[in-house]
Design a protein around this ligand. Structure first.
Ligand code: XLS
Ligand code: NI
Ligand code: NI
Length: 443
């Protein structure tokens, strides 16, 4: 199997990662992710639509607020555009060796900021022209593009919600260029994650005015995207906090309310990140289920947090209960259309071997492949759907159905009240949990 070769090989000694099955003890092989295996009417590759995140995998060196990065990355030795080109080659070598069909990037991950707005745009155009060549040569596709309007100090008070109009204009220049790059590369979605769109203190903040500004900005971005031929969904990625004390895109429910208020709900959907869900005191599946209930499920940033500290630790997915529950929701949403599973995840600061990036992605892909198979079995070959259907059976006929369909008034409904008719009906939670374990741990 072939992979992308630039001027230099950045991951020597590692070839195309193959599926070897659960019996294999080769750490550099898939045990569960067999891209061609059919699950229902689609292959695993088609179901899961994996993407690699440029920022964590090729930009981050393991630095944290307490110390500089211990990881050396050969593609990060040169600065400026020379470094960006080497990083691009390393990225495509990795995408093709791991067998990920997609990738995602921020403008500043892929091309450095210049000394003027014009120079920054030119840098992005140059690198994305090279990315297009590599996409065409390898078949790797762009799942989504986005603009980093949170790292540079000019965005310390926010981007579209900044109290200074001059900063808002700079954010517009970046989003405009990132939209153009996404369209050029055939990106299937465009993401907005509002890292600093929020506040640190309410004493100096006009929240209503900032929310209006954010909606104004997103409307302009939507209109520009459509004008230049972007057909896919715009995605909002909810997160409650970090780096802001409070982020306006707090969670899925908050974002849905915002989108409906400003009439953006036809063009925007949600990009659900597992660790952002837990940071908001929800489960990953809860956020997916809200998106499904609202008809706004778009895509997933696959990762996990640490149950002991709750931070956005962006660890690779590992917990198969979690991936199974997530895949149940995703399958019930009808699966991915333009979205996919983007590994917005980083190897640990002390994971310093070159192979660690492969091991992390192999683990994440295997965890979701298992989750997909188990979810498929739960939905199509277990008692689970029947048990849930049975819980709501009183609404499937007669007056329950009339109530559900809006054919009753409150006084008609109240007239049905009868203490004698209410019997305890078990939720069967433990029965369901036992079914899940039976399916998870048998073949
Ligand atoms: C940060 C976010 C970010 C977005 C893209 O917490 O997850 O990485 O996915 O801007
Ligand atoms: Ni993310
Ligand atoms: Ni995140």
């Amino acid at each position: 199997m072939s992979y992308f070769k630039g001027n230099r090989e950045y991951f020597p000694g590692i070839g195309r990662i193959a599926y070897e099955g659960p019996g294999s003890d080769n750490p550099l092989a898939f045990k569960f992710y067999d891209e061609n295996k059919m699950v229902g009417d689609k292959t695993m590759k088609e179901h899961l639509r994996f993407a690699v995140a440029y920022w964590h995998s090729f930009c981050a060196d393991g630095s944290d607020p307490f110390g500089s990065g211990p990881r050396t990355m050969d593609w990060n030795e040169k600065s400026g555009m020379d470094g960006a080109k080497e990083k691009l080659d390393a990225a495509f070598e990795f995408f093709t060796k791991i067998g990920a069909p997609h990738y995602c990037f921020h403008d500043r991950d892929i091309a450095p900021e210049g000394s003027t707005v014009g120079e920054s745009e030119k840098n992005l155009q140059t690198i994305t022209n090279l990315a297009k060549e590599r996409q065409d040569a390898t078949g790797v596709k762009l799942l989504w593009g986005t603009a980093n309007v949170f790292s540079h100090p000019r965005y310390m008070n926010g981007a579209s919600t900044n109290p200074d109009y001059n900063v808002v204009a700079n954010a517009a220049a970046q989003v405009k260029a990132a939209l153009e790059a996404t369209v050029k590369l055939g990106g299937e979605n465009y993401v907005f994650w509002g890292g600093r769109e929020g506040y640190m203190s309410l004493w100096n903040t006009e929240m209503g005015r900032e929310l209006d500004h954010m909606a104004r900005f997103l409307t302009m971005a939507r209109d520009y995207g459509r004008k230049i031929g972007f057909k896919g969904p715009f995605l909002i990625e909810p997160k409650p906090m970090e780096p802001s004390k409070h982020q306006y895109d707090f969670d899925s429910s908050t974002v849905v309310g915002f989108l409906r208020k400003y009439e953006l709900d036809r063009d925007f959907k949600l990009n659900i990140e597992a660790n952002h869900a837990t940071l908001a005191q929800h489960s990953f599946a809860h956020e997916l289920e809200i998106a499904r209930a609202e008809g706004m499920f778009g895509s997933v940033d696959a990762n996990r947090g640490d149950p002991q500290n709750g931070w956005d630790t962006d660890q690779f997915p590992f917990d198969v209960y979690d991936t199974t529950e997530a895949m149940v929701s995703i399958l019930k949403s009808g699966g991915f259309s333009t979205g996919g599973l983007n590994f917005d995840a980083k190897i640990r600061r002390n994971s310093t071997d070159r192979e660690d990036l492969f091991l992390a992605h192999i683990g994440g892909m295997d965890a979701f492949a298992l989750g997909l198979e188990k979810a498929w079995t739960l939905l199509n070959d277990s008692e689970l759907p029947g048990l849930v259907k049975e819980r709501y059976a009183s609404f499937d006929k007669g007056q329950g159905q009339d109530f559900e369909n809006g054919k009753m008034t409150l006084d008609q409904l109240a007239a049905e009240a009868d203490y004698g008719k209410v019997k305890p009906i078990s939720g069967k939670q433990e029965k369901i949990e036992n079914i899940i374990n039976r399916i998870l741990f048998t073949k």
